[in-house]
Design a protein around this ligand. Structure first.
Ligand SMILES: Cc1cc2nc3c(=O)[nH]c(=O)nc-3n(C[C@H](O)[C@H](O)[C@H](O)COP(=O)(O)OP(=O)(O)OC[C@H]3O[C@@H](n4cnc5c(N)ncnc54)[C@H](O)[C@@H]3O)c2cc1C
Ligand SMILES: *[C@@H]1O[C@H](CO)[C@@H](O)[C@H](O)[C@H]1NC(C)=O
Ligand SMILES: *[C@@H]1O[C@H](CO)[C@@H](O)[C@H](O)[C@H]1NC(C)=O
Ligand SMILES: *[C@@H]1O[C@H](CO)[C@@H](O)[C@H](O)[C@H]1NC(C)=O
Ligand SMILES: *[C@@H]1O[C@H](CO)[C@@H](O)[C@H](O)[C@H]1NC(C)=O
Ligand SMILES: *[C@@H]1O[C@H](CO)[C@@H](O)[C@H](O)[C@H]1NC(C)=O
Ligand SMILES: *[C@@H]1O[C@H](CO)[C@@H](O)[C@H](O)[C@H]1NC(C)=O
Ligand SMILES: *[C@@H]1O[C@H](CO)[C@@H](O)[C@H](O)[C@H]1NC(C)=O
Ligand SMILES: *[C@@H]1O[C@H](CO)[C@@H](O)[C@H](O)[C@H]1NC(C)=O
Length: 620
């Protein structure tokens, strides 16, 4: 046996040992069977994901409060979930962790369909995501609050305490601390969910950061948490002591074993039990054998099934757009026209800019190509879980506002302002939902004009080829509706990508900006070439045609389908996250974001859930 294989074996045993330990004790609160559940709980939470487990943890801090979390998936102990390096492998080759949902064909994208990635296990999407910890722009949150008026608590200022509460921050190791700007004052140290740093970065990543220093309007920020667009470093959802993924399961379930906190897995919630317009429990069926069970909630039912399934459960319960429910023969308990509408995600643009001369040693390829380097990586990992294997998806990148990337921001803002917004939503959309869209586009007009909102992101991770580019503010709105012919099946997910034609224009400008950036003199030594779109595509028409062929309408950040907005703007929940027109029912997950923030959504969801828990505890 080579020394190499031996090290790997030792490593595997170490990982298995470290990671399987907590699971033994946890049976304490995971019920083996629905009959082990109590007849009623104070709160029933639907979905043991990012938001659900956060709220469950906080509510059960009071020993007298009983909580049951009902989850479709299982407690999955696969070691790959904890491996920091495995984030991409999970996405491309581990379908067992995800729901099997594909969007409807997108006419503006050549009728292509798109599989969705949504975690189907305890921990939800936090168990399978790329672990990037980012909070977005101040203005994103201030716009949420502005829909309710000046005194709303849903502003950047109102969120800041919850960004701090949501994660336990550990600064970079001393060797890297000078390289990685960070400000511990913007972070907290009390959560069970960790935000920390790999103990290694490739030299090429630092070189890529340097290529941005001369770019006009690109401000280097002292931390990812300032709320200002610019180039900044951001941490990883990882527990630094064991260099493993830190997520809702490890941080809000395994570490809090309480007799008043019960979890029931393998159980699909079909509907909310309503007596008139009062929620009093949930009905769920066993995924294994289809047996149905109903359990009562003394205080509240709390939905945390994520932006795709929360609207589905609402609609199946008779809470949704009247026309849709009638077409599916579901009797309407409360006509809530916004449920399943206002669907948003980030746009993933495709481009390929490749450096011909990007010769760094070690490079991201060294693990595969250089036995000496790999032996060192194995050794430091085995010694103290440091080195290259502690790196996940990367920790730095520019997050830039539209005026910095495009000189026609005024023109595009004016065109957005002049649009017939009703015509851009599906026929038959309720007037209140149209009014909400109009209000959102008014906010977006401001965001396109000023320098306060990030529209563009490109992660830097030391690779010679750049392919991941995000448009962080789609102006199109999609739908997530039950299929009237088969309401219990997965919902029909329609991104309605590029239904607002300005998304094409903005995305085209993003691609043009890549040309500006790669043409910047700091990149010259690395000899960048544009492989795609290809320098011969220059007009809006050509670039949009390319985008229609190559764009994905998702960054795995679905949001907005049960929006927190005033009811006259198509809102589904109020500022206390209570569902309009229903007593004892709240929503706490990504579906409440009225507009998806311009950043990855995990930390924002944790923060929303932390805030929700405080609202509930305060009896609001
Ligand atoms: C592949 C991928 C990569 C990502 N990368 C990042 C990243 O790097 N950084 C970042 O910030 N964000 C990232 N995200 C996004 C982020 O993880 C999500 O926005 C966030 O976790 C959503 O939280 P949630 O509570 O709304 O939903 P989830 O965490 O998905 O929780 C929903 C839970 O409800 C359960 N459920 C659904 N329906 C039912 C039902 N009928 N009955 C019972 N239970 C049900 C689900 O199984 C799940 O456990 C990524 C997401 C994915 C999928
Ligand atoms: C996913 O769903 C499709 C149809 O909706 C089905 O054909 C396919 O077999 C499913 N895949 C898995 C892995 O269950
Ligand atoms: C997409 O599908 C629709 C409906 O089947 C069809 O009318 C349309 O021509 C198709 N568009 C493209 C670009 O193939
Ligand atoms: C935004 O930044 C750009 C680039 O620095 C600058 O030219 C422009 O004046 C700024 N716009 C506003 C509204 O501040
Ligand atoms: C709805 O109910 C009507 C009358 O009971 C029936 O004719 C129709 O087929 C039902 N539709 C669906 C989608 O189940
Ligand atoms: C990008 O282009 C280079 C050069 O043609 C090619 O080797 C590489 O596979 C491309 N990368 C992607 C992700 O398409
Ligand atoms: C392999 O890695 C070692 C250690 O990092 C380094 O010193 C050496 O130059 C590398 N060899 C090649 C061929 O890149
Ligand atoms: C980890 O182990 C390596 C190899 O033994 C050592 O060089 C390094 O200093 C250690 N790092 C820490 C943080 O302990
Ligand atoms: C652009 O160039 C590519 C590669 O040479 C070619 O395939 C494509 O047809 C050209 N497109 C246009 C619009 O000229």
């Amino acid at each position: 046996m080579s020394r190499h294989i031996f090290l790997w074996l030792a490593l595997t045993l170490l990982v298995a040992g470290v990671l399987s330990f907590p699971h033994r004790a946890e049976k304490f609160t995971s019920l083996a069977h629905p009959r082990d559940a109590k007849e009623s709980y104070d709160y029933i939470i639907v979905g043991a994901g990012t938001a659900g487990l956060t709220v469950a943890d906080r509510l059960t801090e009071n020993k007298k409060t009983t909580v049951l979390v009902v989850e479709y998936g299982e407690l999955d102990d696969s070691p790959i979930l904890s491996e920091l390096q495995a984030w991409f492998r999970i996405q491309i080759s581990q379908p067992q962790f995800f729901y099997n949902i594909t969007s409807v064909p997108q006419p503006s994208l050549r009728n292509r369909t798109f599989p969705l990635l949504i975690g189907k296990l305890v921990g939800g999407s936090s168990a399978v995501n790329a672990m990037m910890v980012i909070r977005g722009s101040k203005q994103d949150y201030d716009q949420w609050g502005a829909f309710f008026g000046k005194s709303s608590p849903w502003t950047w200022k109102g969120m800041l305490p919850y960004f701090k509460k949501a994660v336990h921050f550990t600064p970079p190791v001393p060797a890297l601390a000078p390289t990685i700007p960070h400000d511990a004052a913007l972070w907290g140290t009390t959560s069970g969910v960790h935000a920390a740093w790999p103990s290694f970065q490739y030299p090429a990543t630092l070189a890529q950061v340097d290529t941005w220093r001369g770019m006009a309007g690109v401000n280097f920020r002292p931390d990812s948490g300032t709320g200002l667009p610019g180039l900044y470093w951001y941490p990883t959802f990882m527990d630094p002591t064991i260099a493993a993924r830190s997520y809702a399961r490890t941080g809000h379930y395994e570490n809090v074993r309480r007799p008043n906190y019960h979890l029931l897995t393998g159980s699909k919630v079909n509907k909310i039990l309503l007596q008139g317009t009062k929620a009093y429990g949930v009905k769920f069926t066993s995924v294994a054998n289809g047996v149905a069970t109903s359990i009562r909630a003394n205080n509240e039912v709390i939905l945390a099934a994520g932006a795709i399934h929360t609207p589905q459960i609402m609609q199946l319960s008779g809470l949704g757009p009247e026309r849709l429910l009638k077409s599916a023969n579901i009797s309407v308990a409360v006509d809530l026209p916004g449920v399943g509408q206002n669907f948003q995600d980030h746009l993933s643009l495709s481009a390929n800019f490749t450096y011909l001369n990007f010769d760094f040693n070690p490079s991201i390829n060294s693990l595969a190509q250089n036995a000496t380097f790999r032996a060192w990586a194995d050794e430091v990992w085995a010694a103290n879980r440091s080195g290259p294997y502690s790196l996940a998806a990367g920790n730095v990148g520019p997050w830039l506002p539209f005026p910095v990337i495009s000189s026609r921001h005024q023109e595009i803002a004016s065109r957005l302002s002049a649009q017939d917004h009703a015509a851009l939503l599906p026929a038959g959309t309720h007037p209140t939902v149209i009014a909400g869209y109009r209000a959102q586009m008014k906010a977006m007009v401001a965001s396109i004009r000023d320098n306060a909102t990030a529209f563009f992101n490109m992660p830097l991770s030391g690779r010679p080829t750049t392919t991941l580019i995000a448009n962080l503010h789609s102006l199109s709105r999609g739908t997530v509706n039950i299929d009237p012919q088969n309401p219990e099946a997965e919902p029909r997910v329609d991104y309605r990508a590029l239904s607002n034609p300005l998304d094409g224009a903005i995305s085209a400008d993003i691609l043009r900006y890549l040309r500006t950036y790669f043409g910047n003199s700091a990149n010259a030594p690395y000899q960048p070439v544009e492989v795609t779109p290809g320098a011969n595509l220059t007009s809006d028409e050509q670039l949009v045609a390319y985008i229609q062929q190559t764009m994905r309408p998702s960054g795995h950040h679905p949001a907005g389908t049960c929006a927190m907005l005033p009811r006259h703007l198509g809102g589904v929940v109020d500022e206390n996250l209570k569902v309009y027109g229903v007593r004892n029912l709240r929503i706490v997950d990504a579906s409440v974001m009225p507009m998806v923030i311009g950043a990855n959504t995990c930390l924002p969801v944790y923060a929303v859930a932390e805030k929700a828990a405080d609202i509930i505890k305060a009896g609001k």
